[in-house]
Design a protein around this ligand. Structure first.
Ligand SMILES: [Zn+2]
Length: 257
């Protein structure tokens, strides 16, 4: 008799399969990874090397947050310590190895209102992140619905090696972001790498991903006609604080930022 996985894990598996569906072009091969909070101490994260398309509950690992976060905050870490911590943080000792990106998942799942994370490498998003003018392209907002779904601004992360280096870079940028905007981010764009969507539900993660992909396509189009025309700060602030947007947030499965 098979045992039904708990709800968060079932939702995570379904979300991961949709993010990994080949027709979306969000990931290829074993690329991308996903996670879900389980309780105060632990979370599920994709096992290293598993492909999102057709993924099963056996391809997720339950990991303890504390040792992972301790390493993200440490001064100096060796490759050996990173490897050992990844192994020792697993609740089940003889299971598969967690993704090397487990570090940023632990960091972002700690934020208020974040219980699911989807990290993908969409071709459209990477057409922007791999461009000479990526930072400029991401410095403004193009669409009212982009602000509603993806927030006031994404975090832009200059290239860092996957794993602990990326998580440590992101930790500093996250602190700067919260200082500046007084709210948590909804998405992270990583130079020469891809996208991270943060949500309170799988639907939220998927809405942020699909909207980011549309923004990326539009951005590339704008450079054919002289570059993006961004909304003004005043327009952005009005949209972000408009009470009429509350039903829209609800419909999209979004939590207020
Ligand atoms: Zn990646």
């Amino acid at each position: 008799m098979s045992i039904r996985p708990p709800t968060a894990l079932r939702q995570l598996v379904d979300m991961s399969r949709r993010l990994g569906a080949p027709e979306n072009d969000y990931v290829i091969l074993g690329g991308g990874n996903t996670s879900a909070q389980i309780d105060e101490q632990t979370f599920w994260v994709k096992a290293s090397g598993a492909a999102l398309a057709g993924i099963g509950s056996e391809d997720f690992v339950q990991v303890r947050s504390a040792p992972i976060l301790e390493l993200v905050e440490a001064e100096e870490v060796s490759d050996e310590l990173v490897k050992r911590t990844l192994t020792e943080s697993c609740v089940q000792a003889d299971g598969p190895r967690p993704s090397v990106e487990t570090f940023f998942h632990a960091l972002l799942l700690r934020l208020d209102g974040v219980s699911f994370i989807g990290h993908t490498h969409p071709t459209a998003v990477n057409a922007v992140t791999c461009s000479q003018r990526a930072e400029e392209a991401l410095s403004g907002r193009l669409l009212p619905e982009e602000i509603v779904v993806c927030g006031l601004a994404p975090i832009w992360v200059p290239f860092a090696e996957s794993g602990i280096a990326l998580a440590r870079r992101l930790r500093q940028l996250l602190a700067d972001y919260v200082d500046r905007y007084r709210r948590r981010p909804r998405c992270v764009w990583i130079q020469n790498h891809g996208l991270i969507a943060l949500g309170g539900s799988p639907q939220e993660v998927e809405s942020i991903t699909v909207m980011s992909v549309q923004v990326a396509r539009i951005l590339v189009g704008t450079y054919a006609l002289g570059g993006p025309h961004f909304l003004t700060d005043k327009q952005i602030e009005r949209i972000a604080t408009c009470p009429d947007e509350a039903p829209r947030l609800d419909q999209l499965g979004l939590t207020p930022p």
